[in-house]
Design a protein around this ligand. Structure first.
Ligand SMILES: Nc1ncnc2c1ncn2[C@@H]1O[C@H](COP(=O)(O)OP(=O)(O)OP(=O)(O)O)[C@@H](O)[C@H]1O
Ligand SMILES: [Mg+2]
Length: 264
């Protein structure tokens, strides 16, 4: 039975999708059977795995159809050319769900209901959330067992995280009791910048130490290039610093999944 992890941060551009795609690919390469769910109308995770342009238009069903209860998840999931990695793709249509879901009685639980149907088919399910805390994001928070919060080492990074944590607490109290933070990962780290280290120290002082992953993801130009080639970094440039870092992060995630499994 899969451990389900949502990658969340309502702040845009903090490397949620980069982390979702690259950790998913690395976990797949390690032998885990992985499903990546694109829960963002921008469809960046979908494009990052090589489905863009015409291929995107040809998709018969997507996360939108699944979350609206119109398609079974197994029918929307596609295989990818990457080892042990499957994808539930998303397109712009998913934006409509944000409004249409409001008519559902259990509007925040639609994704959970669907994902449970395929939970036994995978070892790990990773949900790439959109940068918001609306209905779609709440579906992401309710469908998962654990969340990973990617954070940039910037002076404003802490803004919004308090709000995120309080929403996580509320979801935990009301509709997803088992929900826990798997970890916070620093992304786009530039160790040459003194301000990065200072901000990192300030952020770390606000949380228990063990919540942070040991792996920090360095700023790496190869990571920026990989999505336009439709490949995770470990396939695009296996010798890059970015591939190495996401490989190490994936190992940490696998370890934390093992601990999580015992509690599920
Ligand atoms: N370690 C890195 N080094 C260099 N560039 C990076 C790194 N991580 C992410 N990026 C780049 O930063 C940009 C934002 O990353 P990404 O799309 O993963 O963020 P996001 O949080 O998913 O954004 P959104 O909130 O819009 O969904 C992308 O152009 C990505 O290629
Ligand atoms: Mg994204």
């Amino acid at each position: 039975m899969a451990v389900i992890i949502s990658i969340v941060n309502q702040k845009g551009g903090v490397a949620k999708t980069t982390t979702a795609v690259n950790a998913a690919a690395a976990l797949g390469a390690m032998g885990k059977k992985v499903l990546l769910v694109d829960l963002d109308p921008q469809g960046n995770a979908t494009a990052g795995l090589g489905i863009s342009g015409g291929a995107k238009r040809e998709l018969e069903s997507t996360t939108y159809d699944v979350i609206m209860g119109e398609t079974r998840p197994a029918d929307a999931i596609v295989s990818t050319k990457f080892k042990n990695l499957w994808l539930m793709p998303a397109t712009q249509s998913l934006a409509e769900a944000e409004i249409q879901l409001l008519q559902f009685e259990n509007k925040n639980l639609q994704l959970k209901k669907a994902i449970l149907q395929v939970r036994n088919d995978y070892d790990i399910i990773i949900i790439d959330c959109l940068p918001s805390l609306g209905v779609l994001a709440l579906n992401g928070l309710n469908a998962c067992d654990r969340i990973i919060i990617p954070m940039q080492c910037e002076p404003y990074s802490l803004e919004g995280v308090a709000e995120l944590i309080s929403i996580v607490k509320r979801v935990k109290k009301t509709s997803n009791r088992g929900l826990q933070i798997m970890g916070i990962v620093f992304t786009m780290v530039d160790t040459k910048l003194k301000v990065n280290r200072e901000v990192m120290r300030a952020i770390k002082s606000k949380f228990p130490e063990d919540v942070f992953f040991n792996t920090e993801i360095p700023r790496n130009v190869r990571i920026t290039e990989a999505p336009s080639h439709g490949e995770p970094i470990m396939y695009y440039d296996p010798n890059s610093k970015g591939a190495d870092a996401y490989g190490r992060l994936a190992k940490e995630i696998a370890r934390r999944c093992k601990a999580a499994e015992e509690l599920l």
